[in-house]
Design a binder for this molecule. Structure first.
Ligand code: FES
Length: 317
């Protein structure tokens, strides 16, 4: 049976599991979260050779200096042979931030305001932990210009991160990694309009992108649409109303459904063909997949549809 050397211990490794799953099965303490290559909390240093293709897959999204140092995401590593890895000291790339405020936006969604000097680009996200071990990804909903980072999170009752964050005292500290991701504003002369479309907490990065676009591309018309399954899932209605008072931005909320034509499709109909539009899609995986296809059918170029999916942590929140 192949084995993994982790911090000088030898652990038996099953070929059907990822390195992260192996470490967790052996009850090793390793930060982790999404298990999908997004939060980057599960990084390890790989010592010794590994097939280039394997390493390439396990290093996606990492910085060039991290890749050169042999850092890889253990949740994306599935070697066919034994491997030697080491845990990474968290001090180099982790930051602490204190909770300045938290409030419920509706029955499921909470907003958390963190005090931090970190900078980020509109549309990026952070990996957040209360205990330094379990991480979840949350997008910034504001611009990095007032010393506060605002995150919107869906609260899962009993969730190791979301519930713990909603219960944490104001003034207590959390651990952050990031900023991460490239769901950021692109300026392309071939697009003349911007469509920001999201459901659920996918609204967060779109709010930041809308503010950034108003600053950076003031002559470009923007349409921001927040979609929901039922009206109880709508939130930040006042924020959207305030945003709509600014020039060159149209804001709408609309219900959506997978199959039948929905209110959202009626709103999209009014935009006409999307061949001149940069489309930013954010939200649940099913929503993003569904509307990626629909926007393409409405004329948007594949190269001008940018997507960010929220992972579903219903099973392991
Ligand atoms: S747990 Fe590996 S990237 Fe999130």
């Amino acid at each position: 049976m192949p084995s993994i050397r982790f911090n000088d211990q030898t652990l038996d490794y099953l070929p059907t599991e990822t390195v992260l799953q192996c470490l967790l099965r052996h009850r090793q303490q390793i930060p982790h979260g999404c298990q999908a290559g997004a939060c980057q909390s599960c990084r390890v240093k790989v010592n010794g050779p590994l097939a280039a293709q394997q390493m390439h897959l396990a290093q996606q999204g990492l910085r060039p200096d991290e890749r050169a140092d042999g850092i890889a995401l253990s949740c994306q590593l599935q070697p066919s042979e034994g491997l030697e890895i080491r845990g990474i000291s968290p001090k180099n790339d982790q930051h602490t931030a204190s909770i300045v405020a938290r409030s419920a936006l509706n029955e499921q969604v909470w907003e958390l305001t963190l005090g931090t000097r970190l900078r980020w680009q509109a549309g990026q996200y952070f990996s957040v932990s209360v205990n330094g071990v379990d991480y979840r990804c949350y997008s910034a909903s504001n611009l990095a210009d007032d010393g506060n980072l605002r995150l919107q999170l869906r609260r899962y009752e009993g969730g190791q991160v979301s519930d713990a964050l909603c219960r944490a005292e104001v003034g207590s500290e959390v651990t952050l990694q990031g900023p991460l991701g490239d769901f950021t504003l692109r300026s392309d002369a071939r697009t003349k309009r911007i469509l920001l479309l999201g459901n659920g907490t996918g609204l967060a990065p779109l709010l930041a992108l809308a503010q950034h676009a108003l600053q950076e591309l003031p002559a470009t018309p923007i349409t921001l649409i927040h979609a929901y399954r039922s009206t109880q899932q709508a939130y930040h209605c006042t924020t959207l109303e305030e945003l709509a008072k600014q020039a060159d931005i149209t804001v709408a909320s609309a219900s959506w459904a997978d199959s039948a034509a929905s209110e959202l499709d009626d709103v999209l109909d009014k935009l006409g063909a999307l061949s001149d539009t940069a489309c930013y899609l954010s939200g649940s995986t099913d929503f993003v997949r569904h509307y990626q296809r629909r926007l393409f059918m409405r004329g948007a170029s594949r190269s001008h549809i940018f997507c960010e999916s929220c992972l579903d942590f219903t099973q392991r929140a």
